[in-house]
Write a protein that binds this ligand. Structure first.
Ligand SMILES: [Cu+2]
Length: 116
C-alpha cells in the first residue's frame, strides 16, 4: 500500500523539479560597507534563493535563485525593504534613515578600509 504513494511523490517531485529553473543574476545594490554586506545577504536568506553575495567595492550582487519560487522583482523588493536601493527598487526614506551612519550610501561613500 505504501509503494504507490512513494511512486506518486517521486513523479510529483520530478515534475516540479523539471519546472523549476535556477538562474544566476548580477545586479547593482547600493551600499557602503561590510555591515551593508551582512544586511543585504542576511535579508536574502529566503526560500528559493540559493546564494547571494554582495561585493562592497563593486556594489555587485550575485544572486542564484529558483525562478519558480521567487522573482527578480521580489528579490529587489527584499533588498529595498532592508534599506538598500537597487536599480529597480528604492528603499523607503524612513527605512534608509534607520541605517547606521556608516551605511548611509546616499549621503556619503565609505572607504572600505575605514570600517571593518
Ligand atoms: Cu554599511
Amino acid at each position: 500500500m505504501k509503494t504507490p504513494i512513494v511512486l506518486l511523490l517521486l513523479v510529483v517531485s520530478t515534475y516540479s523539479f523539471g519546472q523549476s529553473k535556477v538562474v544566476t543574476t548580477n545586479l547593482k545594490v547600493f551600499g557602503n560597507c561590510v555591515m551593508c554586506k551582512k544586511r543585504i545577504e542576511t535579508a536574502l536568506d529566503q526560500p528559493g534563493i540559493k546564494k547571494a553575495v554582495w561585493d562592497v567595492k563593486s556594489k555587485n550582487l550575485e544572486v542564484v535563485y529558483n525562478t519558480s519560487k521567487i522573482s527578480l522583482q521580489k528579490i529587489n523588493d527584499i533588498i529595498a525593504a532592508a534599506g538598500h536601493d537597487t536599480e529597480t527598487a528604492k528603499a523607503k526614506e524612513e527605512t534608509y534613515a534607520l541605517l547606521p551612519f556608516c551605511c548611509l550610501y546616499r549621503d556619503h561613500e565609505m572607504n572600505m578600509n575605514d570600517h571593518k
